[in-house]
Design a protein around this ligand. Structure first.
Ligand code: SAM
Length: 288
């Protein structure tokens, strides 16, 4: 069944009995798409992560309509209701507070259930903080690893980071500003102070800011209060290709240590490989 919508001669958009997953702005409201507006107006039922937040968005665009909550605590329970709506021929929209639903946002159980029940699920694509960040960071991003939010508890977060930082792919993380210093400290401890990091703050908003430097330099700026930490962040961590170099440097250092002092071995291994000498001292074993 084709999902193309009919929008002809001033008539309201005719939508099918399908779930429409609609992306909304991540800051700048002008980033809403024309199709998103059409669908938000035309769907018979609209599910939103936070109904107040979505009502504000709708009001901004002069859309008055009913909105039903669908968040991480009730989305499993909503499935039955949505399937009933679809069986009655109704179209259903799904939005989150900002950006693309399901991307570190609720919606996965619903989308899966609707698909499994044989109803179409249509994407109404638009903003996502990940893609916005990658598009302006100036990092190679043909391949990347999206990991979203790390666990809040320190031990679990460090364990997850240990695995992620060993990956030979650009890493994409979401984080609240107040927790960025702790994250930078963990990255520095795990991957060394020289791993490249890009912090992208308040994308598309008035105070959008990009800071690119080594993890160690950014940590020093965060600790000195020089780095603005208010707002929402995407954190990009360079691929562990450098960690591959580091692994080789550590192997050379360990061989040299059989013949000389640890500090001299570290110095020489750094000169041979070009890896920062500080990464080769003591227990800094590049994420091992
Ligand atoms: N679904 C959204 C998307 O498509 O990007 C992400 C939702 S997630 C609950 C919210 C997180 O995304 C924030 O904590 C922040 O890490 C990131 N984020 C959202 N908007 C952002 C913005 N304007 N600038 C930077 N990061 C943002």
């Amino acid at each position: 069944m084709a999902l193309a919508f009919a929008h002809s001669q001033g008539q309201a958009l005719q939508l099918q009995a399908a779930l429409y997953v609609v992306a909304t702005p991540i800051g700048n409201l002008a980033d809403i798409t024309l199709r998103a507006l059409q669908v938000l107006e035309a769907v018979d039922e609209l599910l939103a992560e936070d109904t107040r937040c979505t009502r504000r968005l709708l009001e901004h665009f002069g859309l008055a309509r009913t909105v039903t909550s669908c968040h991480e605590h009730n989305e499993e329970a909503r499935v039955g209701q949505v399937l009933t709506w679809l069986r009655h021929g109704k179209s259903v929209g799904l939005v989150s507070d900002a950006g693309t639903p399901l991307i570190s946002d609720p919606g996965y159980p619903l989308v899966r259930a609707v698909r499994e029940a044989g109803f179409p699920v249509a994407a109404v694509p638009g903003p996502s903080a990940t893609i916005a960040a990658l598009s302006i960071a100036g990092m190679p991003c043909n391949e990347f690893l999206f990991a979203g939010f790390l666990p809040a508890r320190a031990a679990a977060r460090r364990a997850r980071l240990k695995t992620l930082l060993a990956e030979p792919r650009l890493l994409v993380l979401y984080e609240a500003g107040r927790r960025v210093p702790e994250l930078l400290a963990d990255i520095t401890a795990r991957a060394g102070a020289t791993r490249q990091v890009v912090l992208l703050r308040e994308l598309t908003k008035m105070h959008e800011e990009v800071a690119a430097a080594t993890a160690g330099a950014l940590l020093a700026r965060a600790e000195s209060g020089e780095l603005e930490l208010r707002g929402e962040f995407v954190v990009l961590v360079a691929a562990a290709a450098e960690a591959g170099d580091l692994a080789e440097a550590l192997r050379i250092r360990d061989l040299l240590q059989e013949e000389m002092s640890p500090s001299r071995a570290a110095k020489l291994a750094a000169r041979i490989t070009g890896v920062d000498r500080r990464s080769l001292y003591g227990g800094a074993t590049g994420g091992k």
